[in-house]
Design a protein. Structure first.
Lengths: 132, 128
């Protein structure tokens, strides 16, 4: 009876996960990294996939993977103590403007799914008025 | 005298015996239960389900199942809220939806109950 609520909930969780990743990207945009290290922070990209494994609903959505983009940018800074052999300091190649736009998309998608939940609730209440 | 004869007719053992025989010949249950409502119910042994058309679900069983489901939903919602408060889960959406589900299901059950009680009142107010 509440299948549509489960679908919208899975979408809410997925969009919030995307917003989490965007927040991490923005927070770490100015962190100096070693591009040769496997643990170096780079832009986190969230991939969605159909189907909600939590509720088993095939129409839901879930986060399939959060993959690092492995892209870095260098800044010539010979005076920085952490520069490499060529006098470069490396940062993850994160564009804050793009991240802001992605955050807006995720936020709007979250709102849209909330609106879907509200519509479902309104439908249920309307149906309840048949007998109540 | 006609009046004396009339009393005699009523008190005559022959006539009263005839009245008793007539009463005995009649089915007593029909007299006290002209519509057959009581006898139809009492002839069934308790606990035996009434014959139902095939495919019809037992209303009582349906209602009990529904009650159990609503109870489970409320326990789920309560547990989800507790887990959120104690930090054992962090998906506020799932908790809110569990609460919403329990609320909607409970309101559905209350509406059903009001409907059943309304039907009972309707029957109760029938003049006999």
């Amino acid at each position: 009876m509440f299948g549509m609520l489960d679908i919208s909930t899975s979408a809410l969780v997925a969009q919030r996960t995307r917003l989490d990743a965007i927040a991490a990207n923005l927070a770490n945009a100015d962190v100096k990294v070693d591009p040769n290290s496997p643990n170096a922070f780079s832009e986190r990209v969230v991939e969605f996939a159909t189907g909600d494994p939590e509720s088993g609903d095939p129409m839901g959505v879930h986060v399939a993977a959060i993959t690092p983009r492995k892209a870095f940018r260098s800044v010539q800074a010979p005076n920085d103590p952490s520069h490499d052999a060529n006098g470069n300091v490396w940062y993850p190649n994160i564009d804050p403007v793009t991240q802001q736009a992605n955050a807006m998309v995720a936020s709007r998608a979250y709102d849209a799914n909330l609106a879907a939940i509200d519509a479902t609730k309104a439908m249920f209440d309307a149906a309840l008025r048949i007998i109540a | 005298m006609p009046t004396w004869q009339c009393v005699d007719w009523q008190l005559n053992p022959d006539f009263t015996g005839r009245n008793a025989r007539i009463a005995a010949q009649r089915n007593e249950t029909v007299m006290i239960d002209p519509l057959g409502i009581v006898s139809r119910v009492s002839t069934q042994s308790p606990g035996v389900a009434r014959p139902q058309p095939a495919g019809a679900a037992d209303f009582k069983q349906e209602l009990l199942d529904e009650l159990r489901k609503v109870n489970e939903m409320q326990q789920d919602a309560s547990k989800a809220t507790n887990d959120l408060m104690t930090g054992q889960r962090d998906d506020i959406e799932g908790v809110m939806i569990a609460t919403q589900k329990a609320d909607s299901a409970f309101r559905m059950l209350v509406a059903l109950q009001n409907k059943v009680v309304g039907a009972y009142d309707e029957v109760k107010n029938i003049r006999v």
